[in-house]
Design a protein around this ligand. Structure first.
Ligand code: HXC
Length: 505
């Protein structure tokens, strides 16, 4: 028995030791086990299929992927970590079967799934069996969507069809310099188009974090990246039937924030950083921002208010004056859908001049993309609070969680301007003839604009008509949101029975 045990320990240690860290470190990357150690709480990793071997191409135990379950902040998660030192982390039949098994367990246990990706893609030696393995992952990604949170972390190559698994999950993290995602690599791009591009130019973290919107979070190094994954997990429920983790009331319901009266200029066209407003409203000024460098004209953040997790959607007057465009609508729509699927209440901060006009936006399908945001809000059954800080014009007012599309509570600052369009624009349209005939059109325009503002855009206009539930002192914004959310925390609304809707994609 002793001899067998000793042999067993030696084999096990050899597999765990793997091919050593030298090759990975030389590429500026950590090993799969080093990554797991950073991601998970100490000493609670249950590993599965350590001895599993692949077929052609990688006869080594684990078959190039470590799978198992551990904890983050004492809460269960399921993780796979691809090991680039074994056949480039490529995915063959056994490798895929291990991931399938893990995904099935995660779904059964109702706990988040995290994939640490570092792979050369389909294992070429295994032919179509590798493709079948990917298909099985995609299928499970979709079955698990909206049931357990799914997080993809890209820490090396993630090429070809492999990139579709992260695209099907809820969040994608990428690390600068070492992570790449693309469907066809630089060689194929050059063969097809004659254009030479580097891996980073084609699908590096920078590109996906700021241009394509594929990466939700971008980090300088793996340590910071994995730490942020832990933070994200701390804000999410384990599954769609569980409440998001609460840290207990913080007294927000009676908290006044004097800075809120100074942060936002009264003049509707002056810019300011909405992040500062969010920091005043949420607990400890702390929030996690998604897509920081993509579609910056809208902000999507997770935070806590009075200890309860919320999703905040906010126009950002600092970027493109906070206008909504196709990218902003897509960004916010996906976020609203995630929050709704996982029972996270929505807080929408509105200061929006409208949708971005122009040939480029129309041709890019702003109608289709804007409709995604509209659809996402209309469908959302979680508690929803809207706060209108200044402008809320036209269709953008409706889309930004107005009462008409299902907000439970609409609050407005005394600086609110809710209208079909800005006063000057409105006067130019409805008084075109008088203005053209006037001796002093500028003076007349000014007078008419004043009259229009007084009649149709005064701070209580919408509240008098029930579209706004209360006009609040800005310093009370945090407390009013906290009280409002407490009021509707037990909201229960059952969506209509149907197979599924047919929202714009
Ligand atoms: C088998 C692979 C492999 C693969 C890498 N390796 N990718 N083995 N199948 N797909 C092996 C290499 O042969 C090498 O083995 C080791 O992994 C490390 O690879 P290197 O090339 O030395 O590393 P590096 O220079 O860092 O380059 C990484 C790379 C490159 C850019 C990922 O390996 C590469 O281009 N690989 C092929 C990528 C690819 O075409 N994959 C198929 C995509 S199609 P040794 O023995 O030398 O250590 C696809 C379809 C999916 O994925 C469809 C799903 C629907």
């Amino acid at each position: 028995m002793d001899r067998l045990r000793e042999q067993h320990f030696r084999t096990r240690a050899r597999i765990i030791e793997g091919n050593g860290p030298a090759r990975q470190h030389a590429l500026g990357k950590l090993t799969a086990r080093e990554r797991l150690a950073l991601l998970l709480d100490d000493g609670v990793f249950v590993e599965l299929d350590l001895y599993r071997r692949g077929k052609e191409g990688a006869q080594e135990a684990t078959d190039g992927v470590i799978t198992g379950s551990g904890e983050i902040g004492g809460r269960r998660v399921f993780v796979y970590a691809q090991d680039f030192t074994i056949a480039g982390g490529s995915l063959g039949e056994a490798h895929a079967a291990k991931i399938h098994k893990l995904m099935d367990l995660a779904l059964d246990a109702g706990a988040p799934l995290i994939g640490l990706n570092d792979s050369g893609g389909a294992r070429i030696q295994e032919g179509v069996m590798a493709l079948d393995g990917y298909g099985g992952i995609f299928y499970r990604n979709v079955q698990a969507s909206g049931v357990i949170p799914q997080i993809s972390v890209i820490l090396g190559p993630c090429a070809g069809g492999a990139a579709y698994s992260p695209a099907l999950t809820d969040f994608t993290f990428m690390v600068r310099d070492t992570a790449q995602m693309y469907l066809t690599g630089p060689d194929v791009v050059e063969a097809v188009s004659g254009k030479r591009v580097t891996h980073a130019e084609l699908g590096g973290a920078e590109v996906h974090g700021s241009r394509s919107g594929v990466a939700t979070f971008v980090h300088d190094d793996e340590v910071g990246c994995l730490d942020e994954v832990r933070y994200l997990v701390s804000l999410l429920p384990a599954n769609n039937l569980e409440r998001p983790p609460s840290t207990g009331a913080t007294g927000a319901v009676s908290d006044e924030r004097p800075r809120l009266a100074e942060l936002v200029p009264v003049e509707p066209n002056l810019p300011y950083d909405m992040r500062h407003v969010i920091a005043e409203i949420v607990d400890d000024g702390e929030f996690l921002e998604l897509h920081e460098d993509w579609a910056g004209n809208v902000l999507c953040v997770f935070a806590r208010i009075d200890g309860e997790v919320v999703g905040v959607v906010a126009n950002q007057p600092l970027v493109l004056a906070g206008v909504l465009d196709a990218a902003a609508a897509q960004k916010a729509a996906r976020f609203v859908r995630f929050c709704d699927a996982f029972g996270i209440p929505l807080v929408t901060l509105v200061d929006v001049p409208g949708f971005l006009p122009g040939v480029e936006q129309e041709h890019a399908g702003i109608i289709r993309h804007g409709a995604k945001l509209l659809y996402a809000y209309c469908e959302a059954t979680v508690p929803r609070v809207q706060v209108i800080l200044r402008k809320a014009y036209g269709g953008a007012y409706i889309v930004m969680d107005s009462r008409s599309i299902g907000a439970d509570l609409s609050l407005a600052w005394p600086t609110n301007e809710i209208a079909v369009m800005g006063a000057t624009g409105a006067v130019n349209v409805i008084h075109r003839k008088e203005l053209a005939a006037a001796a002093d059109p500028d003076r007349l325009r000014e007078d008419l604009t004043d009259a229009y503002t007084r009649r149709l855009m005064h701070p209580h206009y919408s509240a008098e008509r029930g579209l706004v539930d209360d006009v609040i002192d800005p310093v009370r914004t945090r407390s009013a949101i906290a009280s409002g959310l407490a009021m509707i925390r037990t909201k229960r609304r059952v969506p209509p029975r149907r197979k599924h809707g047919n929202g714009p994609l």
